[in-house]
Ligand binder design. Sequence first.
Ligand SMILES: Cc1cc2nc3c(=O)[nH]c(=O)nc-3n(C[C@H](O)[C@H](O)[C@H](O)COP(=O)(O)OP(=O)(O)OC[C@H]3O[C@@H](n4cnc5c(N)ncnc54)[C@H](O)[C@@H]3O)c2cc1C
Length: 571
Amino acid sequence: MTETISYDVIIIGSGLAGLRAAISAASKSKKLSIAVISKVQAMRSHSVSAEGGTAAVLFEDEGDNQESHIYDTIKGSDFLADQDVAELLVENIPFEIYQLDHWGMPWSRRDDGRIDQRKFGGYSFPRATYAQDKVGFYEMQTLYDTCLKYENIDFLNEWFCTSVLSNSNEFCGLTAIEMKSGTFFVIRGRAGIICTGGAGRIYNFSTYAYSSTPDGLHMAYRKGLALKDMEFVQFHPSGILPSGILITEGARGEGGYLINNQDERFMKRYAPEKLELAPRDVVSRSMIREIQEGRGFKHESGMSCLKLDLTHLGPEKIKERLAGIREIGIKFSGVDIISEAIEVRPVCHYMMGGIHTNIQGGTELSGLWAAGEAACNSTHGANRLGANSTAECLVWGNITGENAANHALRRLDTSLTIQVEQVTEEEKRIFDGIFRGRGEANPYEVRKHLTDIMDDKAYVFRTETSLVDGLRELRELKSQTWKHVDDKASEYNTNFVNVMEIDSMLDVAEVVLVNALNRRESRGAHARLDYPSRDDEKYLRHSLTYHTSAEPKIAWHPIAFTRYAPVERKY
Ligand SMILES: Cc1cc2nc3c(=O)[nH]c(=O)nc-3n(C[C@H](O)[C@H](O)[C@H](O)COP(=O)(O)OP(=O)(O)OC[C@H]3O[C@@H](n4cnc5c(N)ncnc54)[C@H](O)[C@@H]3O)c2cc1C
């Protein structure tokens, strides 16, 4: 049975980007009805686990300046960022920090009462605005509380969106399943914003929530919209073993350092100036080199690793500023960071790529925007600096919320027509193809195999051989008949949802591999052992990938340069 409901603005995702967009749209006009849809309870979105901070220039009177934040972001991106986009981020984020403060955000403060900031990788100034080591949790609480003040925002929690609907190349709604009842809905809308977050669960060793799958990217991709720069996956230096849970870069910002099995602070050989606070791509590569050259440790799980030493910070500082990660260390690694160095290894942590948008967050479909980690507006280029992502979510949550609201307001009197064939086609895809599918292989084994392929073949260092093998294995996996759902219940059928997620994971992982293979250079987080240099002549451009019934189709897109010519990146 299909039911239909309508809203003026529909936001998919209730992470930082989605909540910020909802407030922005709701404050534009009381006339607008706004839906925030989330496949998990709103506050379980991955954003709650952001730990370290949000980057902003707050202390110009103490020597920081916006030009430096812009340059650090562009240099960090290995010159693949759109420079006008980096400018917009830097100009807008101080407002967002104070706006959150006014909404009740408990920022950590200095003794003089001003908001405090800590050091973070790749920055020339301490710029990560923090709330102990739980910045995402407090930001989400603050935004969620603020959303509740608006009567025109509805939360549709535990609704799983499956596709984008359009009419004459204009957004007109979505299809979704209300998980509680299993009912299939058409949600008509005048404007939409995809805020479905990152897709880092396509890797097994990953800092992401289990629900961080590429559903939003897949919806856009299937609709014919491009995914941009998907080869750039960030590996964070400090995932604990064996789970991959994150130890924030804030730990190194507070003075923690990495050691090898010779008790040597090896980063001095790779980044003599910035040491452990070089950008993540540089630190992760250095760690893997140490391991490959025999200077790593062996964890009891069998995995190789290095150690992060925080013992010299003393119990007081750790308890005050890094309480969350101390707890994580004790619970998930059996190590108290007050008294012992903790084993860490580079871990999948962020997707620089996402749905191709312009500087305003607009996608190639009129009426549809994307914001936060699901979007690629090209702020981060080939490598994101830590603390710039929550910043991006807030800035483009605000921008896209306003744009979507204006778009909907201009169309309040027009009626929305849904193309019935699109709905029927989607019902066939998910109910006939998946729910009643006759696949034989176990979908959960397919998921595990897929994430193992990504860990093994498209990790910190990549080669033609590893990527060709990875793509072959992935395509073999895709060609197996595996789509089926054992649980036939209507209510809360997480088995059904999981299989739809796995479908999106296979396609999006393929896009990552195809692009990693196609970019025969090393830039930012994409490090090819067989093409170790950056090749500006051929590859100083964004990749776009379009869905076709055969293989993914790649096109190129220019970078916006406004102020800095590319130079060699040294730290
Ligand atoms: C452990 C960790 C620590 C981090 N620490 C920091 C930090 O300190 N500073 C920083 O700047 N960045 C940090 N990051 C990165 C940053 O937190 C994320 O990039 C950002 O929070 C993503 O927010 P988002 O709003 O884009 O999406 P998310 O918070 O990931 O939310 C995605 C939303 O989309 C919904 N959704 C997805 N698919 C569907 C569907 N099919 N139907 C309905 N709803 C759907 C989900 O339910 C969820 O509500 C960290 C990331 C991780 C994983």
